[in-house]
Design a protein around this ligand. Structure first.
Ligand code: ZN
Length: 410
């Protein structure tokens, strides 16, 4: 473990606090003497830090340990339940806002659809509407809100807190969402790409806690990827990492939203499933969806298509099988390059059709180069439809553990 030198500089203090919080998270309930031994920091230093963390509300005393003759030592734990976060998930079809505690339990939520009737509101007005409605429905008197976590499809600039473009909205370029939320609500706000946020949620809140290297595949209307390396999000140069959706799968493949041809997103995303089913129906393929398509093609949502696939529609089944195989090829490429210990699949495609992960796994495994890769776990996200919303809460949790002084609660 990385140790901070005992000292008085702000940087060391910050690192020490973060180390203490992490040890309490990992090993709590735990005494000051045990923390001091584990971190090789003096008892006095640990005493100062635990007092500060108690004051901020980040930790609490939950009991007393065995005495060695003197007073019984206090046992410290993270104050999970009493610290809440406003989690905001910007999706393609809706904005979801929720009040979530640091155990990923949703206390209240509010969704605002991106439907036409609301196009008179700007994007940021819709975000405010979701949060304002959430707050108006919640009794905040006994809750401590420590920040706002925002999860959004890329591209984003995490450092300046800007959404560089918005899904399906013409107006959106360089939206300063972090700054505007901080101004309006007076709460620390952190922005993260949805796939990274969902990967963090698995790391912090699922039973698979603290996996060191995670590849998260967010298979939704589009396809995103999140990377956690040595327990930290890997962003790459200018937040460019993780774009598995734009990995080339077929040089002669269909055109992707990004302008290239044959990207994984153009061949294995929710949007590509819808496109392929419509194309085959136009070509005369037999399908239980043909009549609905002819009446009103807008009714062919991913949800409806997958329902028909589950009911045995041969066209949809073929498209989904092929989609799973492409997904597997994309994942095999990523695994051979990055060798994660865990691959987690989330997003609407996975929630609606979890079996697709098995197809992807069967396709990927024979393509692994390293023998060790056969031991990599393929799993479905623990949080289903709420993966990126819970991820928005995990962003703040990560921040609390990294820089607790940012989240001091009054
Ligand atoms: Zn692309």
């Amino acid at each position: 473990m990385r140790m901070a030198e005992p000292g008085n500089t702000d940087r060391n203090k910050q690192l020490n606090r973060s180390l203490v919080l992490n040890i309490i998270h990992k090993n709590g309930p735990i005494t000051k003497a045990e923390i001091s031994k584990e971190l090789e920091l003096t008892f006095a230093t640990i005493g100062n830090i635990t007092s500060e963390l108690i004051e901020t509300g980040a930790i609490k005393v939950t009991g007393y340990g065995q005495s060695n003759g003197g007073r019984k030592p206090a046992l410290y734990e993270i104050n999970w339940e009493n610290n809440y976060v406003i989690a905001l998930d910007v999706g393609v079809t809706k904005i979801s806002a929720a009040i979530v505690n640091l155990k990923a339990e949703i206390h209240a939520r509010c969704d605002v659809e991106m439907e036409n009737s609301q196009y008179d509101l700007t994007f940021i007005e819709r975000v405010f509407k979701a949060i304002d409605q959430l707050l108006s429905r919640t009794d905040l008197s006994h809750l401590k809100i420590i920040g706002i976590g925002v999860s959004a499809p890329g591209p984003i600039d995490e450092e300046s807190g800007k959404l560089l473009s918005l899904p399906n909205l013409q107006e959106g370029r360089n939206v300063t969402i972090k700054q505007q939320l901080e101004q309006r609500y007076g709460l620390m706000t952190v922005l993260e790409k949805d796939a990274n946020a969902a990967a963090l949620a698995e790391q912090w809140f699922s039973n698979m806690q603290m996996k060191e290297n995670i590849l998260y595949i967010f298979a939704d209307q589009g396809i995103g990827g999140g990377l956690i390396i040595d327990t930290r999000i890997y962003r790459g140069f200018h937040n460019g990492a993780g774009e598995i959706g734009h990995m080339s799968i077929d040089v002669d493949g269909p055109r992707c939203n990004c302008g290239n041809f044959g990207c994984l997103e153009a061949m294995a995303s929710g949007i590509s499933v819808i496109k392929q089913v419509k194309k085959e129906i136009r070509r005369g393929a037999s399908s239980s969806l043909a009549e609905i398509y002819l009446q009103d093609e807008k009714q062919l949502t991913l949800d409806l298509i997958i329902q028909h696939g589950k009911n045995g529609d041969p066209l949809v089944k073929n498209v989904l099988d092929q989609t799973g195989r492409y997904l597997g090829i994309g994942v095999a490429n990523a695994i051979n390059f990055f060798s994660p210990s865990q691959v987690i699949f989330g997003g609407q495609m996975i929630d609606l059709y979890p079996e697709i992960v098995k197809i992807a796994e069967r396709t990927a495994k024979p393509r692994f180069f390293s023998d060790a890769a056969s031991r990599i776990n393929f799993t479905n996200s623990s949080f289903g439809f709420d993966a990126s919303l819970i991820g928005a809460a995990a962003i703040i949790q990560q921040k609390l553990f990294d820089k607790p002084e940012n989240t001091i609660i009054k």
